[in-house]
Ligand binder design. Structure first.
Ligand SMILES: C[S@@+](CC[C@H](N)C(=O)[O-])C[C@H]1O[C@@H](n2cnc3c(N)ncnc32)[C@H](O)[C@@H]1O
Length: 315
């Protein structure tokens, strides 16, 4: 009896073992296929993640380059690179506040590049002290805007006003104030002088403002007469490296005897001590010049130039 039980047990054990092997044989191909599929899927996901990371890194680099190209190309940015942040930004023709906001951000960008140490190589002596001086200078910098806030005045007798009819671009002071605040400009640096230039451009206004040096002068008031009044008013506050930007340089079909070109030509005739070098053009009609006082030796050779060694103009 015992023998019989042992034989049945042995047989059952062998059957179980056989079944196990059959199961394993049946399952193994399925597992293998599954594992193969899953591995392929994991590899695919990994490849896509790597691609996504590479694409994100590339997109970030493109954005960085685009930004650099944008800033490098912007005339107001170039103006602050050359003039530095010593003195004020003075604008004639504020209207929407768009160009003043742009100017503030260009000056801020110039400051931020210094703070980041991007131009450390160009700073002589005590670098930290120079950086602090530039930051202080920006804090003290004012963005002063002259405008009637009632639009363009009637042209002077005999002046060709072209498309600029009296009253064009009328916008209350709140309009540019709102724009400047919305675009993040430090409103503590912004000052407006309301009125027509022939009434506001006086020594009294200069004294009340405490006008000192002008780093960048922006003339965006369309008419010859407005531009000339602005230039005459600002002359005592110009310095070596001041930049003057004209917004409508090529108005009147680019004629040199109309509009801002006429005003600048007359101003230069009256101020032979100042040399003007073209800095850059922007868009269709914006033009910038760097001003430098002629020294006696320059007058003899007809050559201008000579800067005051502004450390923030390097780079
Ligand atoms: C083309 S808009 C200025 C655009 C402005 N820079 C902007 O970003 O929107 C011309 C401005 O110059 C002002 N303007 C022109 N001649 C003026 C004058 N003689 N006195 C006062 N404002 C004048 C007008 O009131 C007008 O707001």
């Amino acid at each position: 009896m015992l023998k019989l039980v042992r034989r049945v047990a042995t047989r059952l054990a062998r059957d179980n073992a056989l079944h196990g092997r059959v199961d394993a044989l049946e399952e193994r191909p399925q597992h293998a296929a599954l594992v193969e599929q899953l591995s392929a899927r994991v590899a695919e996901v990994e490849r896509r993640l790597e691609e996504r990371d590479r694409a994100a890194a590339l997109a970030a680099r493109v954005k960085e380059l685009e930004e650099a190209v944008f800033w490098r190309g912007a005339l107001f940015y170039k103006a602050f690179e050359v003039a530095g942040l010593w003195g004020d930004y003075v604008e004639f023709g504020v209207y929407s506040g768009a160009t003043m906001s742009n100017a503030w951000w260009c000056a801020k960008r110039h400051l931020d590049l210094f703070a980041s140490g991007a131009w450390d190589h160009s700073l002589a002596g005590d670098r930290d002290a120079t950086k602090r001086a530039i930051a202080d200078s920006f804090r003290r910098m004012r963005f002063i805007g002259f405008d009637s806030f009632e639009g363009i005045p009637p042209a002077a007798p005999g002046e060709n006003a072209g498309p600029f009819a009296a009253g064009t671009y009328a916008a209350a002071e709140e309009v540019p104030r709102g724009h400047l605040a919305r675009t993040g400009v430090d409103m503590g640096q912004v000052h407006f002088v309301k009125g027509f230039f022939n009434e506001t451009c006086t020594p009294q206004t200069a004294a009340a403002l405490g006008l000192r040096e002008i780093a960048v002068l922006h003339i965006d008031s369309d008419l010859y007469s407005s531009a000339l009044t602005a230039l005459d008013f600002c002359t005592p506050f110009l310095r070596d490296g001041s930049v003057v930007i004209f917004d409508e340089w090529f108005q009147f079909n680019g004629s040199p005897v109309e509009g801002e070109q006429r005003a600048f030509a007359e101003w230069r005739e009256r101020n032979p001590d100042w040399n003007a070098q073209e800095l850059a053009r922007e868009a269709t009609s914006r033009m910038g010049f760097v001003l430098n006082r002629r020294r006696p030796a320059d007058r003899a050779t007809g050559d201008g130039a000579g800067g005051a060694g502004n450390p923030s103009a390097a780079g």
